[in-house]
Design a protein around this ligand. Structure first.
Ligand code: HPA
Length: 246
């Protein structure tokens, strides 16, 4: 089954007929909310809002382990993660959608593995290519088929938040090769890999990153709700396309 993890501005999938909402508990605690089971184009889909239905869980407090565990336990085999980002690369503007191919992780202090001692054996999961290439390709194909422009590839920098970055931090991320910056991509992607879930991401650009473009003097979110809302309708269309391709 395909699972969607929704980020800010995507707390439900308007194109999904919800059949069931299920409260799930995991050995790692509770996921961010009830899991919604539904159908799109006749296919079973699972949906979970990363920050909770009331958008009350900040990025550093998301129980990533419980979320990914719950999705796996409920039958997910593939996960599309939707998470808005700041654009670092100069050719990225608010509203653009990036399908990243690599990650640099700057987060700290998050529960980032299931193999944390105790009964679990030590495991060093391969993470050379953090996103599932087949699912990534499907996202690209679906976007192309729907005539939706996307950026195929880019390095996602995962920062701790919840504060935004300084201009100098963004300069450093750019020197490290990052195209976009967000706060929720890790440890989500690594945990999905540990549980053998095919994981890929759709990252709508919410704003120019700190110190860049319209954010030269600060990141102002005032106008961005509208831009993201519109980007999310394209995100939904890409997800529909993936389902039709499956
Ligand atoms: N930085 C980090 N995370 C983000 C940003 C940003 O500029 N925009 C949306 N999520």
């Amino acid at each position: 089954m395909l699972a969607i993890i929704g980020g800010s501005n995507l707390t439900r999938l308007s194109n999904m007929d919800v059949l069931e909402r299920r409260v799930t508990r995991t050995p790692y605690g509770d996921p961010s909310g009830v899991l919604s089971f539904g159908r799109i184009y006749g296919q079973n889909i699972l949906f979970l809002p990363r920050h909770g239905y009331a958008h009350s869980i900040p990025p550093h407090r998301v129980n990533y382990r419980a979320n990914i565990w719950a999705l796996k336990e409920c039958g997910a085999r593939r996960v599309i993660s939707v998470a808005s980002v700041g654009g670092i690369r100069p050719d990225l503007n608010p509203g653009d959608i990036v399908i990243p191919h690599q990650i640099v992780d700057y987060t700290w202090g998050r529960a980032n593995t299931y193999h944390d001692g105790g009964d679990m054996p030590v495991m060093h999961v391969d993470f050379t290519h953090p996103y599932d290439e087949e699912l990534r390709k499907k996202l690209v194909l679906a976007a192309n088929a729907a005539g939706i422009a996307i950026r195929d590839g880019g390095v996602y920098a995962a920062t701790q938040g919840p504060r935004l970055e300084t201009a100098a931090e963004i300069d450093r991320l750019e020197r490290d090769g990052a195209a976009v910056v967000g706060m929720t991509g890790m440890p989500e992607a690594a945990l999905a890999r540990e549980l053998d879930l095919a994981y890929a991401a759709l990252n709508p650009v919410a704003n120019h990153a700190a110190g860049r473009g319209q954010s030269a003097d600060g990141v102002h979110f005032a106008r961005l709700g509208e831009i993201l809302q519109e980007a999310m309708s394209r995100v939904r269309a890409i997800i529909e396309g993936v389902i039709r391709l499956s």
